[in-house]
Design a protein around this ligand. Structure first.
Ligand code: DGL
Length: 272
């Protein structure tokens, strides 16, 4: 019960999930692992994402976590079934909770997911809604990740890219949009501004945090009381991680450490 919650993402974006988990579960210790040396995962093949994700999840299990949260949409899409078989501890992820919420709130039964190429290729969101009478449109928005990582959440260039990506939604009866990538909740203001009030945004970060709460409660693993301790590990450069994280999320990340278990070949990383 006192062990930490392990949260994994390809890089920084999963900090939106970590922050939602801390909001909903302030008594939990968390260990966050960002695979920044090998991010972004979005343009990679599903097989590659799967290999990297399982290495990172193994590293978190070695840290003695009581549950795993796959905060990355691309990784959730690539490993969910494997992860639930591979680990004896509960595993939460981002795809199913967000898909369920979107299906529940949509009145027109037409929803969209904004995602990376890897998530789109996996068709994980299509599978998640396939048993419902809801139509899903997928829009791949790679430039959104670039904007967020550059600390840009507003301005003419971002709004014009958003107009382009989101026009098919504006031209359709879609009334609910899943922010199906860790970075997109940080652009919720811009996305909502372009789409207007009629469209409901579903954040995979918030839904994942709610699902994590339920998973811990069901397993009798909830920890309450004093505020939990937060640790942040990266496969890349810890100083760079801390600096980008604080640009995105203020003082949520005080300091990051190197993940000793996963020493990377630096030539493979672009975001380190
Ligand atoms: N974390 C990834 C996701 O949610 C976005 C960033 C990346 O491509 O690595 O899909």
């Amino acid at each position: 019960m006192n062990a930490p919650v392990g949260i994994f993402d390809s890089g920084f974006g999963g900090l939106t999930v970590a922050r939602a988990i801390v909001d909903q579960l302030p008594g939990e210790d968390i260990i966050y692992l960002g695979d920044t040396a090998r991010a972004p995962y979005g343009p990679r093949s599903i097989a590659e994402v799967r290999t990297f994700a399982l290495e990172c999840l193994d590293a978190l299990v070695d840290q003695g976590v009581k549950t795993l949260v796959i905060a990355c949409n691309s990784a959730s899409a690539a490993v969910l079934a494997d992860a639930r078989e591979r680990y004896t501890i509960p595993v939460a992820e981002v795809v199913l909770p967000a898909a369920k919420r979107a299906v529940r709130v949509s009145r027109t039964r037409k929803i969209a997911v904004l995602s990376t190429q890897a998530t789109a290729t996996s068709r994980a969101y299509d599978d998640a809604v396939s048993a419902t009478d809801t139509d899903l449109t997928t829009i791949v928005c790679p430039r959104f990740v670039e904007f967020v990582e550059a600390g840009i959440t507003g301005g003419d260039e971002l709004l014009s890219v958003a107009q382009k990506y989101l026009q098919p939604i504006k031209d359709s009866p879609i009334d609910t949009v899943i922010l199906g990538c860790t970075h997109y909740p940080l652009l919720a203001g811009a996305i909502s501004y372009v789409l207007g009030d009629e469209v409901t945004l579903v954040s995979s970060a918030d839904e994942c945090a709610t699902a994590t709460y339920a998973l811990l409660a069901d397993a009798g693993l909830l920890r309450e009381g004093a505020p939990g301790v937060r640790r942040f590990l990266t496969t890349g450069n810890p100083e760079k991680f801390t600096s980008i994280a604080s640009r995105l999320l203020g003082d949520f990340v005080n300091v990051a450490e190197a993940c000793e278990e996963l020493v990377m070949d630096k030539s493979k990383g672009s975001n380190d």
